[in-house]
Design a protein around this ligand. Structure first.
Ligand code: ATP
Ligand code: MG
Length: 485
């Protein structure tokens, strides 16, 4: 069996790795076996972005969740019946922890009985082979891949394969899921799965999808990178009706969805990792009236806080745009600070849809100019050190002043910045040593005009800036006198 630990560790973001180590540690302390499962393993194998971490434990995850909460994690939803916890780990990383379980169907299509189980039984009760793979996080077998239904070979064949003939009968929501995974990954349905799918549609099983299950799929859809492809595939199979008749009648707002997807790419290029579930939901439902949106979400089992968040999002974003273009934020540095705190989904929504052109151009400046300048601040600090400024509050204040000036277009070249830094710190340039006869003129010139970063400060210039008077420092005066002699 190959070792997937290296692959995993190289693909996790630092905060995801920290969350994984913590869950591993807590599971070990409780004597539970723990595995990475489901979407996380599938995305790891296919090279897709690891959006969230799904863990399965042979034990009760609520004890782990309580400990994680002490360390700053937030439980988003907890289903005690299924022993399933949706969690936002410390460091803002999404995921879930669930107890390993087997779903036992007395008859196909009835509500299953739940039995706590081992990981192998848990994997076999899952929907599709590509979702039924696990990686062990236990000390004795860390990195071992568990693939009892041959999911890996289906991934290689680019096929979504349902695990049993009753798959769609047992859970009709899988009709939506199978198309979601196929469209997202550009896979096709495995031949028998396609036959079972067609049969289920013929028997009209799509109209027996529980509204909460359809709601969960809609929620997942809004988190997708390319909801258009999935919605089109649902529409082609007349499945939108099964999600909600109003959405089928009015159609998803594809223009808005595509515009927001494009903005996601722009934000990504600017180094931001946007989570756009709320504005994407608004975009999907963009052709429905507010009242219709609220009633659709309510019917599909969205929690009232979620519904409110969606319905109030636009107005809040509009308010933020107004503030951004107000007098108080006229100076670029104030607008920068405001945008730095603005939730990325609000920024994305405004960038995609706002008619407030002033706000949009400030967001554009923030993404394309201001943030890159901020990322260059460590080199400004190096330049300040190079002219002899010691660390301390004044040092930081100067760096911030320079940044504020850079936002207005000043200090573009190292030479300009050196001038600004010298002026703000009061540290004068080291005077040119007198030219000695016979020496190469060019060489002497380069010796006294070093670049700010390359120059090493003369020891006598390394003084706290506060001690420097605007007038020439004594050391410089002495040097000048000596030169005149
Ligand atoms: P995503 O990237 O959308 O989060 P995911 O595969 O993680 O994809 P989830 O809905 O988070 O999807 O579910 C996590 C895992 O739980 C799935 O990978 C699958 O193994 C299992 N699962 C979810 N829904 C079902 C279902 N209806 N029937 C069987 N297994 C399911
Ligand atoms: Mg998931």
């Amino acid at each position: 069996m190959p070792d997937y630990m290296f692959l995993l560790e190289s693909r996790l973001l630092p905060e995801q790795r920290a969350a994984m180590l913590r869950v591993q540690e807590l599971s070990a302390a409780l004597g539970y076996n723990v595995y990475l499962t489901g979407g996380t393993v599938r995305d790891l194998i296919t090279g897709a972005t690891l959006r969230d971490l799904d863990f399965t434990v042979e034990g009760n995850p609520s004890k782990i969740a309580r400990e994680l909460e002490k360390g700053g994690a937030k439980v988003i939803a907890e289903d005690e019946r299924l022993r399933h916890v949706e969690i936002l780990f410390a460091g803002d990383c999404e995921g879930s922890i669930a107890a390993a379980r087997d779903d036992h169907y007395v008859r196909p299509g009835t509500r299953p009985e739940i039995r706590w189980s081992t990981i192998m039984e848990d994997l076999r009760r899952r929907d599709f082979s590509l979702n039924a793979i696990a990686i062990s996080l236990n000390p004795a077998s860390r990195g071992l891949l568990l693939d009892p239904t041959n999911g890996l070979s289906d991934i290689e064949r680019a096929e979504v394969r349902a695990l049993i003939i009753h798959s769609f009968t047992n859970q009709p929501v899988r009709l939506l899921r199978v198309l979601r995974f196929a469209a997202r990954m550009g896979f096709k349905l495995e031949q028998r799965t396609q036959e079972w799918f067609d049969l289920a549609i013929e028997r009209d099983l799509q109209h027996t999808i529980a509204p909460e299950d359809a709601g969960a799929e809609l929620r997942s859809l809004a988190r997708e990178e390319n909801p258009t492809a999935i919605l089109k595939s649902w529409e082609e199979q007349d499945l939108l009706e099964a999600v909600h008749p109003m959405l089928a009648k009015k159609h998803p707002d594809y223009d808005s969805i595509n515009r927001l997807s494009k903005v996601r790419d722009d934000l990504f290029m600017a180094g931001l990792r946007p989570r756009l579930a709320t504005p994407m939901m608004l975009a999907i439902l963009g052709r429905l009236k507010d009242r219709e949106q609220g009633s659709l979400l309510g019917k599909l089992g969205f929690r009232s806080a979620e519904v409110e968040r969606v319905l109030e999002f636009e107005e809040e974003a509009h308010g933020a745009a107004k503030e951004l273009t107000g007098k108080k934020l006229a100076a670029p540095i104030d607008a920068y600070r405001f945008l730095e705190k603005m939730p990325v989904d609000t920024m994305a929504h405004l960038f995609a849809f706002s008619s407030n052109s002033g706000a949009v151009s400030k967001i554009r400046a923030y993404l394309n100019k201001w943030r890159p300048l901020r990322l260059g601040i460590p080199s400004v600090a190096n330049e300040l050190t190079a002219i002899g400024m010691p660390a301390g509050p004044k040092f930081d204040a100067i760096v911030n002043q320079v940044f504020a000036m850079q936002l207005t277009g000043k200090g573009k070249t190292p030479e300009e910045r050196e001038k600004i830094l010298r002026k703000l710190s009061g540290i004068k340039e080291q005077p040119k040593p007198k030219e000695t006869k016979g020496k190469d003129k060019k060489g002497a010139k380069t010796a006294v005009k070093p670049s700010a970063t390359a120059q090493k400060p003369a020891a006598h210039f390394v003084k706290p800036a506060a001690e420097h008077k605007p007038a020439k420092p004594a050391a410089a005066k002495k040097l000048e006198k000596r030169k005149k002699k």
